[in-house]
Design a protein around this ligand. Structure first.
Ligand code: NDP
Ligand code: 2IT
Length: 451
């Protein structure tokens, strides 16, 4: 049995059945690490892989709150502190009905390597709840966030663990969470990132993940001799924070983004997505994308029920560059086949683990440029760390300075991954390059820190 399979079997026996996405994430990383683990016995000698895949601690708690009709509701809250070899635990909070320990473990594990890749002093963690903010009033969201923070505040701190947003958690939720923390502790400190600018948030944090993903892709295209976004047709899934700012930066660089999607359906607008309209529908009104065609009747709206069986409508649309930016496992083997047949040259994962293992295999076999999530979407946590720095020094950096720093970080991250892949004889394989470069930094720190 290979080292990778042996470890997967071991964790399968000691974990619960909801951990499939966690096993998937671990397997993907271990497959890439084979040449490192085989050539350098120090990692095995220090049991680094076993230590890396085991969270330092997991908190799971009851969150009871009251809805607008005075019914008492109960949800489950979580925070997983995975690894702090490189700095305080750092990673988002996800509020979505699908949230469970397995999903948060996959996200937390990926976050360790992503944060390591940024080169910044941040460890890995993740948290959230099965609470669904959709359809709730602002007061309901506020009461839920207060109840959630009543427990969470015990575990976090600016030098301990600094959560941020993820699916279902944006500036509104972070604001309520911050307010409750302040009320409980009387302490005004940077215990969350993604805060609104007026009380310690960083400019550019909302844009950071999407912008960063486009900067990374631009650099990756350059190394492949396919430079530039001008007039490139781009397909994007999702219609939240990451998708919207990916579309915005693509427009800035001259590309033509033609799709977006939400949990109910897909918009295809061959003239290019109407960004102000998209922002109005999803950020202001928090409504369904179906509203898009009420204004732009030339666009095509496809409901989820009408998607290709086993696939997603976005990946059926011909494009040069694809940006899956909604959720895990949203791009299947069938979708990959469609993208390849339609001439797509690059896939950049704005979401965390959006491509299934079958899809990734097809991208590799067909020499499609593939930017894995832990590299492509690292811009969000990068600007989160900039927010921590600003909070610690009570300073405020300008938008231009932050954008310059973000772009520089994403381009140098891409270069480091590119060079790591060359060093290990897999030039052009950004998945292996990212896994190896991310692993080595955190593993070497763990060895230096002792058991
Ligand atoms: P948002 O909540 O802002 O948006 C999520 C979008 O994805 C929405 O359009 C939502 O549709 C859609 N979506 C979510 N879950 C599903 C699902 N199960 N099926 C279909 N559609 C779904 O989240 P973000 O944009 O922040 O996050 C998107 C992805 O990016 C996630 O994988 C997240 O982990 C990752 N990410 C986010 C970062 C950040 O800074 N925010 C940083 C790095 C990665 P609907 O509107 O109908 O709910
Ligand atoms: O997946 C991610 O990197 C995030 N949701 C952002 C984490 C952060 O701490 O900004």
């Amino acid at each position: 049995m290979s080292v990778s399979n042996e470890i997967i079997e071991k964790i399968k026996n000691s974990n619960c059945s909801s951990d499939e996405t966690f096993f998937q994430a671990v397997k993907e990383v271990l497959d890439s690490l084979k040449p490192v683990l085989d050539s350098d016995p120090i990692y095995k000698r220090h049991s680094i892989v076993e230590r890396l895949i085991t969270p330092d601690r997991e908190f799971k708690f009851k969150v009871a709150w009251m809805d607008d009709n005075q019914n008492i509701k109960v949800n489950t809250g979580y925070r997983i502190q995975f690894n702090n070899a490189l700095g305080p635990y750092k990673g988002g909070l996800r509020f979505h009905p699908s949230v469970n320990t397995g999903i948060l473990k996959f996200l937390g594990f990926e976050q360790i390597l992503k944060n390591s890749l940024t080169g910044l002093p941040i460890g890995g963690g993740k948290g959230g709840s099965d609470f669904d903010p959709k359809g709730k009033s602002n007061f309901e969201v506020m009461r839920f966030c207060s109840a959630y923070m009543t427990e969470l505040h015990k575990y976090i701190g600016p030098r301990v663990d600094v959560p941020a947003g993820d699916i279902g958690v944006g500036a509104r939720e972070i604001g309520y969470l911050f307010g409750e923390y302040k009320k409980i502790t009387s302490s005004y400190e940077g215990i969350l990132t993604g805060k609104p600018f007026m009380f310690g948030g960083s400019l550019l944090r909302p844009e950071a993940t999407g912008y960063g993903c486009v900067y990374f892709t631009d650099e990756m295209l350059k190394y492949a001799g396919k430079e530039g976004f001008k007039d490139r047709v781009c397909a994007i899934s999702g219609a939240g924070n990451v998708a919207i700012h990916t579309i915005e930066k693509l427009y800035n660089l001259g590309a033509k983004p033609v799709t977006c999607s939400d949990s109910k359906g897909t918009i295809y607008d061959s003239r290019g997505i109407d960004l102000p309209l998209l922002k109005e529908i999803k950020l202001q009104k928090r409504a369904s994308l179906e509203e898009y065609i009420l204004t732009n009747s030339d666009a095509i709206y496809t409901k989820v029920e009408d998607y290709p069986k086993g696939g997603h409508e976005v990946w059926n649309i011909p494009c040069d560059c694809a940006f899956p930016s909604a959720t895990q496992n949203e791009l299947t083997g069938l979708d990959a086949k469609n993208l390849i047949e339609n001439g797509c040259i690059s896939i950049s994962e704005g979401a965390n683990m959006p491509s299934t293992p079958e899809a990734i295999k097809l991208f590799k076999e067909n020499n499609i440029l593939f930017a894995p999530a832990k590299a492509a979407n690292a811009g969000g946590v990068t600007v989160s760390e900039f927010e921590m720095s600003q909070n610690a020094s009570m300073s405020k950096w300008t938008y231009e300075h932050l954008d310059e720093m973000l772009e520089k970080t994403m381009r140098s991250l891409c270069k480091r991954i590119h060079l790591t892949a060359i060093d290990y004889g897999v030039e052009g394989n950004y998945e292996d390059g990212a896994n190896i470069a991310g692993f080595k930094r955190v593993a070497d720190a763990m060895i230096a820190e002792g058991i």
